[in-house]
Write a protein that binds this ligand. Structure first.
Ligand SMILES: [Zn+2]
Length: 276
């Protein structure tokens, strides 16, 4: 299983966000520059943090402690030179980079107070934003999504092709949880809406942060007693159930392309392939 089911490699230092402690944290800290697209400054394909230069800027965001360093994110308008996405980093760096991308993008996109519309300022070293007029505090939001590996009575796996994807790419069913809905209810609804499948049961497996834009993927497995598929045509173009042998052959012949290795979609597919 991938690293996101283990404890985070980032200690988020909840008790050290007070301003008095920050000057101490700043000394020897590393600063990641993040642009509005969630790209991180890099050199030779490796994240390139600045050693805490000069004075801390009010917009610098405390991420926490990882690999014997304190890390900050610094939102910048654009990165001059090479940059990488958080998923391209080594697994050991992905927790701190995912937080840098999630918080960096949120601070860049939440300049106004949701209550009164006045300007907000970085607060608690970036753990929140505070309204300059009414004092309202705002915290970064995470949008939960479900992603579900659906199998039929013959233990075949359902893979679907999204209309927005390149020709042969397939994955398992996924979608946002709607307001007032549980994660399990979203699984039943998405299966019905996207592929016309009535699920018999669902079971939670694990989750993965996905900070572009600001999602948390909640991974499930589910079973259906009826293998008939009716795709919605809007989001899903085609769908089919595969045996393990059929899927291995389809991948080897390039008939289908599976989700990238760092994704929870791929992890759930591999789990089914291995017979677990
Ligand atoms: Zn306000």
């Amino acid at each position: 299983m991938t690293q996101w089911t283990d404890p985070s490699t980032l200690d988020r230092m909840p008790l050290e966000r007070g301003e008095a402690d920050l000057d101490g944290a700043w000394r020897g800290a590393l600063v990641l520059r993040v642009d509005p697209e969630g790209r991180i400054a890099a050199a030779d394909g490796i994240p390139e943090p600045l050693a805490a230069p000069g004075r801390r800027r009010p917009s610098d965001i405390l991420l926490g402690r990882a690999r014997d360093h304190v890390w900050f994110a610094r939102p910048v308008d654009r990165i001059v030179g090479e940059s990488i996405g958080w998923r391209q980093a080594a697994a050991a760096d992905q927790d701190v980079l995912a937080s840098a991308v999630a918080l960096g993008r949120w601070h860049g996109s939440a300049p106004a107070c949701e209550r009164c519309g006045a300007a907000t300022m970085t607060h608690q070293a970036g753990a929140s934003r505070r309204c300059t007029h009414c004092g309202e505090l705002a915290f970064a939001r995470t949008d939960p999504c479900i992603i579900i590996a659906i199998t039929d009575p013959d233990d075949r796996l359902l893979l679907a092709h999204n209309v927005a994807w390149e020709a042969s790419r397939v994955s398992i069913v996924a979608g946002f949880i709607e307001a007032g809905e549980s994660a399990e209810q979203a699984c039943f609804r998405e299966a019905q809406e996207e592929v016309g499948i009535t699920l018999d049961s669902v079971r939670y497996i694990s989750s993965q942060p996905w900070p572009l834009p600001r999602s948390l993927m909640l991974g499930f497995v589910g079973r259906t007693v009826d293998s008939r598929i009716t795709v919605d045509g809007d989001e899903i173009a085609t769908g089919a159930f595969y045996t393990r042998e059929e899927l291995v052959a389809a991948v080897e012949s390039d008939e289908v392309v599976l989700p990238q290795r760092a994704s929870i979609a791929r992890s759930l597919i591999e789990q089914w392939l291995s017979g677990r």
